[in-house]
Design a binder for this molecule. Structure first.
Ligand SMILES: [Cu+2]
Length: 517
């Protein structure tokens, strides 16, 4: 029993470390041809497994919505699409299930058709084993009792057969046949025990293999280097699988999957977040790297404390993962960073940081330039698993609507963290789906087997997209549902007047009808 409890603890730990930490659902908001769609994919967490897919069509209602899954490097024919069923009593909402057979980087193509024609949207998903299904203790007890009865039954039957099987009916067994029966029963018990032992050994080794394959992000570490004139923050992907990514012989010897190169996601190779353990400070950095292993940055002026570090990266295959580490900033280093930094001196012009108290229940916050950000969708308590209503509006200090500018090609960026570090998500108005991962599916061509070729085209296309003008607006919304109850903080980052502004809000989440377990 205790072993089972320990195994369960292990499963929970890994769950806490998954891509987009602790928040396995993929969200996408965008267009499928002429239709607006909001897609939620509830990943199975086991491979192969069944994903649950929900598609909301807020505008014109389509006639049919179908989904089909495809692995990034699939060469065979695509399976026939699954038709999603309209959800009763909820117009324009469709749901259904889809088998995801292969692990790794997959995509789900949502095809919508109706009176306005048809269109498609591609949602990249990461299909990785995240959990080990546990045996219900009641079922375990029942099966053990049945097993014990079968064991005893077989031993008794063999004993009776040896003792009395050859005697005519009504004849009592002799002392010799009784002794023979006892020997047979003893022998049977030994054989059965050996069989059970062999079965247990086999199952334990299967279980060990499964546990080894449960998704873990690449091992990483974060350190502060006391460089001059400013301390530096250095993030390193320390995993030997990553260091040997081009060494196919090493990978074969270690039975390891090879990773494709990193590609920039909205213009940056890495989106790195430092979040103080008490959620009191946030930094959003974009370190660059020459070897895709060491990612240095200037340390921003953050207060001293323990920080959780989350680094979002996207591989050319569309595989997106969040690497995790932690780092401590002592007061001397914090003071040094504070005295030597200014926004203009950041290693990357899109780097930003925010420190400030957050009042519980506050729906409007004053931003650094005096404008006001309001969480227009705020509620007193938000049920887990249901639309989080992350809708925000920014007004100028004089009360007029602000004009938001694109910040790294997006109307806004949101960071969601649970106070115990088990949930971390980086959101955009297009959802949890990294733009680069989506492009790697949309732009892949048959000749893209050479690493880096697709990545180069994605970078060029991203660049063009990010320099395209954005429709002026004062509002920003993010499709999302909190995965489980708890205390969360949401940081919303926008750009206005050339300045990156961050608003922070607390979000108390209660258990809802649709919470994930
Ligand atoms: Cu972002």
């Amino acid at each position: 029993m205790r072993k089972a409890a320990r195994a369960y603890g292990v499963a929970l730990l890994y769950l806490a470390l998954t891509a987009h930490v602790g928040s396995p659902d993929a969200w996408y908001e965008g267009n499928a041809g002429p239709y607006k769609v909001i897609v939620q994919v509830r990943m199975p967490g086991v491979v192969p497994g069944v994903a649950e897919i929900f598609v909301r069509t807020p505008g014109e209602r389509p006639d049919t919505v179908t989904v089909v899954a495809n692995k990034f490097d699939a060469t065979g024919a695509t399976p026939p699409p699954e038709v999603l069923a309209p959800v009763e009593g909820d117009a324009g909402y469709f749901s259904g299930k889809l088998w995801l057979m292969s692990g790794g980087s997959n995509s789900i193509t949502v095809a919508v058709s109706g009176s306005r024609g048809s269109g498609k949207a591609v949602v990249p998903v990461l299909n990785v084993p995240l959990r080990r299904l546990d045996l219900d203790p009641r079922l375990g007890t029942a099966l053990s009792i049945v097993g014990a009865l079968l064991f005893a039954g077989l031993v008794t039957i063999i004993g009776a057969a040896v003792r009395e099987g050859t005697l005519p009916p009504g004849t009592p067994p002799t002392p010799a046949s009784r002794a023979k029966a006892r020997r047979a029963m003893f022998g049977t018990s030994i054989v059965l025990a050996l069989l059970l032992f062999g079965g247990w050994k086999w199952w334990s080794s299967e279980d060990a293999i499964f546990r080894r394959n449960i998704f873990k992000p690449l091992a990483s570490k974060a350190v502060i280097e006391p460089a001059s004139p400013r301390p530096r923050f250095v993030f390193t992907i320390a995993d030997s699988i990553w260091a040997h990514r081009a060494d196919s012989a090493w990978l074969r010897r270690h039975d390891a999957n090879s990773f494709t190169p990193l590609i920039p996601d909205h213009g940056k190779l890495m989106h790195l977040f430092l979040i103080r353990d008490d959620l009191g400070a946030l930094a959003h950095l974009h370190p660059t790297s020459t070897d895709s292993i060491v990612f240095p940055s200037d340390l921003p002026p953050l207060p001293a404390g323990r920080y959780r570090v989350f680094a979002d990266i996207v591989h050319e295959s569309g595989y997106a993962q969040t690497l995790v580490a932690s780092v401590g900033i002592d007061s001397t280093t914090a003071a040094l960073a504070a005295s030597s930094s200014s926004p203009a001196s950041a290693s990357d012009p899109d780097d930003s940081w925010f420190t400030g108290p957050v009042e519980r229940g506050t729906r409007s916050v004053t931003l650094a330039d005096g404008s006001v950000m309001t969480w227009t969708g705020a509620r007193n308590s938000i049920p887990a698993g249901e639309d989080a209503a992350l809708r925000f509006e920014v007004r100028n200090p004089d009360g007029t609507r602000a004009t938001l500018e694109p910040y790294m090609g997006m109307a806004g960026h949101a960071v969601v963290a649970r106070d115990d570090g088990t949930v971390f998500v980086h959101l955009h108005p297009s959802g949890t789906v990294p733009m680069a991962a989506q492009m790697s599916f949309e732009m892949r061509q048959p000749g893209d087997s050479v690493g880096g070729r697709l990545g180069a085209r994605i970078s060029a296309a991203e660049h063009a997209m990010m320099s395209a003008p954005m429709k002026a607006k004062s509002e920003v919304a993010f499709p999302y549902a909190f995965p489980k109850p708890g205390n969360y903080r949401v940081w919303v980052q926008v750009r206005k007047g050339g300045r990156i502004l961050t608003g922070a809000f607390d979000a108390p989440v209660v258990s809802g009808a649709k919470s994930a377990d």
